[in-house]
Ligand binder design. Structure first.
Ligand SMILES: Cc1cc2nc3c(=O)[nH]c(=O)nc-3n(C[C@H](O)[C@H](O)[C@H](O)COP(=O)(O)OP(=O)(O)OC[C@H]3O[C@@H](n4cnc5c(N)ncnc54)[C@H](O)[C@@H]3O)c2cc1C
Length: 361
């Protein structure tokens, strides 16, 4: 039996949850299919860019997020392949690191509280465009909707089923763990570029740190081993793996009533810690687009413009970071320049990490 609904969302990460909250609060019938049981682990550096707070306020979850266990980040420390170090202060109270299992569970609960029907532990296995909408289903159930929102991350099943999958670009992978906090990593995020990849280290509260390493598939194990030794990470700590790191962008609304959000539409280089913001913001926009569609206004063009606008202001910093980490000599030059002209590095950092717009929010 196929159930009728207004909006079908595949994926209950930040993008899917944000879309669900916005659409359900406007009274739409919303279904979220989520493959994992929550709370679930997600490979991520856990750093919450300050721009997230405005979106979290609109979603009504900012206070809840502030109460989650977290690490406060007062500075970013960048280390070049040659070992040169630069430390840039971050605006007071602007950036924190929150475990994704905590953040994503809070967001998905808020979606359910707003009225969305959330099915965890149910992977979407079927999706097809039909007259006037979409049909999709899990092994257990099936639905028909006017709007479909793809929010299922960088290895999107939605895109594969719709034959929209973009080719992966470079053969890089990420590995990540939570481990006991190493000395010298309190209250700051470290970004270290090596000849064979890079690492991000951030405190996440409760005496733990998040460690991410990104490298070519053949180099990542060596980098992981070196980090374990240097940071004293015990053998028993569980590491998680994620690929691909990089792939081509997709159009944000490639068909009528179809909206691609978060990592489905575009994956950014993890180095600058912005993916959660783009996921939340694009999810919120997709929720608004669904409301427009359901009131008879085609929203594809509007969504595509707003989606592009989200990246316009500062995407060049992420692109520069990608060049710096994939060509270590460029990373060396950038960090040396930062050491020689601290104002320049502060200016570049401020493009990504802006002061909070209002105290506490
Ligand atoms: C190494 C690394 C470090 C990073 N560090 C940071 C950082 O510090 N700060 C930051 O802001 N960003 C960071 N990012 C980026 C960030 O993790 C992503 O941009 C963000 O998670 C995207 O959110 P999303 O909702 O689009 O997708 P996801 O968070 O991936 O959520 C997708 C959801 O879809 C579900 N799903 C998948 N397939 C199906 C299916 N078939 N059916 C149903 N459900 C399905 C998944 O279970 C998942 O819950 C990092 C990324 C990497 C790889």
């Amino acid at each position: 039996m196929r159930e009728e609904t207004d909006v079908l969302i595949c994926g209950g990460g930040p993008a899917g949850a944000a879309a669900a909250i916005v659409a359900a609060r406007k009274g739409l019938r919303v279904v979220v299919m989520e493959r994992a049981e929550f709370p679930r682990h997600k490979v991520c550096g856990d750093c919450l860019n300050p721009d997230c707070w405005d979106v979290l306020e609109v979603l009504g979850v900012a206070d809840g997020v502030r109460r989650l266990r977290q690490g406060v980040l007062r500075a970013v420390r960048m280390v070049s392949p040659g070992g040169r170090e630069v430390v840039v202060g971050l605006p007071e109270g602007a950036e924190v690191a929150v475990r994704r299992e905590d953040l994503d569970e809070l967001l998905l609960r808020a979606a359910a509280a707003a009225g969305a029907k959330v099915y965890c532990g149910e992977a979407m296995t079927r999706l097809a465009e039909v007259e006037g909408g979409w049909e999709a289903g899990t092994a257990e159930r099936a639905w028909r909707s006017r709007v479909f929102i793809a929010a299922d991350g960088r290895n999107s099943t939605s895109c594969r089923l719709l034959r929209l999958s973009p080719a992966p670009l470079r053969d890089r992978v990420a590995v990540q763990c939570h481990a006991p906090l190493a000395a010298g990593h309190e209250e700051r995020v470290s970004l270290e570029i090596f000849g064979d990849g890079y690492a991000g280290i951030a405190p996440v509260g409760d005496g733990e740190m998040n460690v991410c390493a990104v490298a070519a598939a053949g180099d990542v194990e060596g980098l992981r081993r070196r980090l374990m030794e240097r940071l004293g990470i015990p053998e028993g700590v569980e590491w998680h793996r994620m690929a691909p790191l990089e792939r081509a962008d997709l159009a944000a609304s490639p068909r009528a009533g179809l909206f691609l959000t978060g990592d489905v539409a575009r994956v950014v280089e993890p180095f600058t810690g912005e993916g959660i913001y783009y996921a939340l913001k694009s999810g919120m926009l997709a929720g608004q687009a669904a409301v427009m569609e359901m009131s008879g206004n085609p929203a594809g063009g509007w969504y595509a413009r707003e989606h592009a606008g989200m990246y316009r202001r500062r995407f060049w910093v992420n692109r520069l970071a990608r060049v710096a980490v994939t060509r270590p000599w460029v990373g060396s030059v950038v960090i040396r320049a930062g050491a020689a002209f601290p104002g320049l590095l502060r200016w570049v950092t401020s493009k990504v990490v802006r002061p909070l717009s209002a105290p506490g929010g």
